[in-house]
Write a protein that binds this ligand. Structure first.
Ligand SMILES: [Cu+2]
Length: 201
């Protein structure tokens, strides 16, 4: 009797195709040849801080309202690649840019410190990490860029980690053209000119 039922099931499967252990109504699994990619792509248009929703400028001369920021994040094979492209910022100017931990707000400080994969144990809310062992472009996400004559620019970085439950919440553009790397100042880049709330996942 058991054998008989087995043959009937086998025949049905041959006719309609049974999906191994898949449950009814669920798409069947396909074989993956590498880790799945996880990614986001977000666009923000700068607006004056008092009127902004997601993309804030705190200095309308250095980071003009209407400037566009596009952020792309791709996690794959244990690494994360982040691309930032900008349009209509100040022409021929450098901007130091980083991923920060908190969403943007009315004040530049609202975005919190730099996102760090391994958090500097010496850092406090009042004294951000300035230790190059932690404040560096492999443990943080730095996207320093220089604009062309039209104010367009781009930057890309690949860091040797993917995110766990902690992810960056924003991208901040700073006054200095590049990010400091020396001990005691590592990660410093001057005033916050603009901020784009862009959850990385
Ligand atoms: Cu920053």
């Amino acid at each position: 009797m058991r054998i008989g039922i087995g043959i009937v099931v086998a025949a049905l499967c041959a006719a309609v195709g049974c999906g191994g252990e898949s449950e009814p109504g669920r798409p069947q699994q396909t074989t993956r040849v590498s880790e799945p990619e996880v990614g986001t792509r977000q666009i923000g248009i700068l607006a004056p801080a008092e009127a902004a929703d997601t993309a804030f400028t705190y200095d309308t001369a250095a980071a003009p309202p209407g400037a566009e920021l596009e952020l792309e994040v791709v996690e794959a094979d244990g690494m994360t690649t982040v691309r930032l492209s900008t349009e209509l910022l100040q022409p021929n100017r450098g901007y130091a840019v980083h991923a920060h931990t908190e969403p943007c707000g009315r004040n530049g400080a609202d975005a919190g410190p730099h996102f760090q994969h391994e958090v500097d144990p010496a850092a406090t809310p009042d004294r951000p990490s300035v230790d190059p062992a932690y404040a560096n472009p492999r443990n943080e996400i730095w996207l320093d860029l220089t604009t062309d004559g039209q104010g367009n620019g781009s930057a890309e970085t690949t860091v040797p980690f993917v995110f766990d439950d902690r992810v960056p919440s924003s991208i901040v553009l700073h006054e200095q053209p590049t990010t400091a790397t020396e001990h005691g100042r590592a990660g410093s880049a001057g005033a916050r000119l603009a901020c784009f709330t862009a959850p990385f996942r």
